[in-house]
Every structure is written in structure tokens, then in C-alpha cells.
Design a protein. Structure first.
Length: 412
């Protein structure tokens, strides 16, 4: 990377505790000290640029030739060890759609979009309601629970597994495997193995006997994709659809339980549920930072000299709070959806996938409020902790109390 020419402040370590505790103020300070494109370092003192400005992020994501998704361009590969902890996030020569560029990427994105567009929205909502009710049946009689660990982190993948073509019996094991991968602890490799083996087994079964599901529709597409490509894309879709959606549920419920502006939701108001979800995408977006884009040639961005092969990290949360577009940060955003929370450009989250995530999150929130109408925080709001990640922003736990109620199964 080149030496910064507009600002001389030291680069920021992308992993410090303030990314969890006070990211809004941290991004404000970084913008003040470095401008709209800030130098950062990753684990092992690996340099990168964090794009903080709304206009600059729009520029980067709108020009896939200059700012490529092809990680082979990175000028730091010769100093990256085989055990670098960020390799799962910033990989090389990965066969998934994440690192595919050009026409091939557009073709793969179209296959995914077509498969997801075929999901019946009423069936999707029905699956989400059923699994939400099953999970709340296990909680409702206790009078207290952790909404994140016992609900939000269990719901999205159950629904996604169902619409992709897995049986309901396979759902809990897939949830455990995915959460083990996300947590990155001792079960991470076993979780990754279980998810991969399950996906290839699903594709083999659907090749022999197709069904009305996403996996069968992707297999039936005649675009000439290999089984490995389809499996990788399905696994990427499951991972991208599970954790951010779980955090969307958790962050929205936190907002509703701590902000008087959304108190009506807790009494059954449905309009403000959507408002709270939209507000979270602006103020507390689950996907905070994304890696990445790589400069295909020397260029300038936000007053910086960007060298060929430099990596740029997409600061989605920082761009959402850019004072040039959020002149009154304290005002509700209403129906404004010009946020970067789903990305932008040809590598953004496909629109049908956004609709699926929104349906799961909104249904999960509404069912919980219907079943536990007097839910309240069990700890002071300031005691709520975030998971230690500069990439995804979610709560470690959301402990609540409520009046115990009978399970729905007991009333039937």
C-alpha cells in the first residue's frame, strides 16, 4: 500500500473493542482524522483501506472493473500465512459467487435470483411462523430467556433449510453446525464439514428426485454450472442469510425494548415493527464492514492514492452514518431505504434474498411479540454486550423477562 498523502494519522486496528462498544463515535473520529477513506490494519499488521464515505462507497461498488471482487489482485498475498485467521473471510481462488467477476458472476447471480424468486411468499411466511412458534413453545413457560441464543440464532436457518429442500428433521443439526462455524470455536471445523456434507447430499438427492425447492431449481438451470459451484453458492446463501438475519431480529428487538419511539410495537402495533427494522438497517446494521474490493490499477479515492492491488473494505455502517447524507442523525429515517446494509452494485445481496431475510426477520419479531406481549429487558440497556467482531454487529445475548404462558401445543 502507498503512504497516505492527505492525512498523517496512524492507521486504525480493525479489531479493537470500540468496534463493538461505540462504533458510531469511532467512525466519526476516523472520518475526522483520516477523511472518507481511512488506513486500517488487520490481524498481523496487514494494511487495507476502510471506505467510510457514502459517496466513496457508492463509487467503489459501482465500478467493478476498477474496484474488483477478484481477490487474486491483492498485493499482500506474499505476507499472508496459511493460518491467517481472516482467510475464511478474505479467501483466494474460492469457487463461490463471492469471488466470481464479470459475466460469469452475472450469470450465477441470475440463477440464485431466479431460484429465490420462485419461493412462494405465503409458504415462506408460513414456515417462519411455524418454526417461530415451535421455538417459543420451548421458552414461553420459563418467564425468562435469552432472545439471541434461544430464539434469533435458531430461527433463520431453520426456515432457509426448509425452502432450500432439507427436511425439517435436518434443520436443528444444520443450525448447530452453522452457529459452530460462526462462533469459530473448537466445533467450527466439524460444523463446516457437516454443512458441506449435508449440502452435497441434498444436491445428490434432488438430482435424483427434484422438488419444489431452491436447490432443485438451481440444479435445473441450464447455465452450465458445476455441482461444486451450486453447492458453494447454496452454502454462501445460507451463511449470508442466517447470521445477519438473526442479528436483524436481535438488534430490532433491542431497539424496541430500549427506545420509547417504538413502544407501540410491544402493545401489538405492527406499523412500528417495520419502522424499527428499517431504523436498524441505518443505525445498527448487522453487516458493519465487508471485505472487500481490490484496485485493478493505481487510482485515487477520497483524497487517497490507492495502489494497484490494495484492498478496500466496505464500511457499510460508517457510510450509513455519513453526515453528508444523514444531516440529522437523530431523526427517524421513515421509509428511506437508501442504506448500504445490503451492499450496492452488481455484488450486492440479490433482491429476492433481501425479501426472504425481511420476511423471516419480521415474522420472527411479530410472532414473539404476539406470544410474549409483556416482554421486557432483564438487565439495564447499558449492560447489553456485542459480539467481538468488526465485521458483523450483533448482541452476545438479549436477556428478557415475561409472564409465563402455555405452549401452543399444550392448547391444541
Amino acid at each position: 500500500m502507498t503512504t497516505p498523502d492527505a492525512h498523517e494519522s496512524q492507521p486504525v486496528y480493525l479489531g479493537g473493542p470500540r468496534f463493538q462498544t461505540d462504533p458510531v463515535e469511532l467512525y466519526r473520529e476516523m472520518r475526522r482524522d483520516h477523511g472518507s477513506v481511512a488506513p486500517v490494519v488487520l490481524d498481523g499488521d496487514v494494511p487495507a483501506w476502510l471506505v467510510l464515505g457514502y459517496r466513496e462507497l457508492h463509487q467503489v461498488t459501482s465500478d467493478p472493473q476498477l474496484f474488483s471482487r477478484d481477490s487474486d489482485l491483492w498485493n499482500q498475498w506474499d505476507r499472508i500465512p496459511a493460518d491467517w485467521p481472516l482467510l475464511p473471510m478474505i479467501g483466494r481462488k474460492q469457487p463461490s459467487i463471492l469471488y466470481t467477476v464479470g459475466e460469469r458472476h452475472r450469470e450465477r447471480a441470475a440463477v440464485i435470483s431466479d431460484a429465490l424468486e420462485s419461493v412462494d411468499p405465503f409458504e415462506l411466511k408460513g414456515h417462519a411462523e411455524r418454526f417461530a412458534d415451535e421455538l417459543i413453545d420451548q421458552l414461553c413457560g420459563k418467564g425468562a430467556c435469552d432472545i439471541v441464543g434461544e430464539y434469533a440464532m435458531l430461527l433463520p436457518l431453520r426456515v432457509l433449510a426448509r425452502i432450500y429442500g432439507f427436511s425439517d428433521a435436518q434443520g436443528p443439526g444444520l443450525v448447530t453446525a452453522m452457529n459452530d462455524m460462526i462462533n469459530g470455536l473448537e466445533g467450527a471445523l466439524d460444523g463446516q464439514r457437516h454443512l458441506g456434507e449435508s449440502m452435497y447430499a441434498l444436491l445428490a438427492a434432488k438430482s435424483a428426485e427434484p422438488g419444489p425447492d431452491v436447490a432443485s431449481r438451481m440444479l435445473a438451470n441450464q447455465a452450465g454450472f458445476t455441482l461444486d459451484e451450486i453447492a458453494q453458492d447454496l452454502m454462501v446463501m445460507m451463511a449470508a442469510g442466517h447470521q445477519p438475519t438473526a442479528d436483524w431480529i436481535g438488534n430490532t428487538l433491542r431497539l424496541m425494548l430500549t427506545d420509547d419511539r417504538f413502544a407501540a410495537s410491544l402493545a401489538g402495533g405492527r406499523h412500528s415493527v417495520g419502522e424499527a427494522m428499517n431504523e436498524v438497517l441505518w443505525e445498527d446494521t448487522p453487516t458493519q464492514n465487508v471485505a472487500g474490493r481490490w484496485a485493478s490499477r493505481d487510482t485515487h479515492l477520497g483524497g487517497r492514492r490507492i495502489a494497484e492491488g490494495d484492498m478496500l473494505l466496505l464500511g457499510l455502517a460508517a457510510a450509513n452514518s455519513d453526515p453528508h447524507v444523514r444531516t440529522d442523525a437523530g431523526a427517524l429515517t421513515g421509509g428511506n431505504n437508501a442504506f448500504f446494509s445490503f451492499g450496492h452494485g452488481e455484488h450486492r445481496c440479490p433482491f429476492p434474498a433481501q425479501e426472504v431475510a425481511e420476511a423471516i426477520a419480521r415474522t420472527g419479531i411479530e410472532v414473539l411479540l404476539d406470544r410474549l406481549p409483556d416482554v421486557d429487558l432483564a438487565v439495564p440497556a447499558n449492560d447489553l454486550a456485542r459480539r467481538p467482531s468488526p465485521w458483523l454487529r450483533g448482541l452476545s445475548a438479549l436477556p428478557v423477562t415475561y409472564t409465563p404462558t402455555p405452549a401452543l401445543g399444550a392448547l391444541r
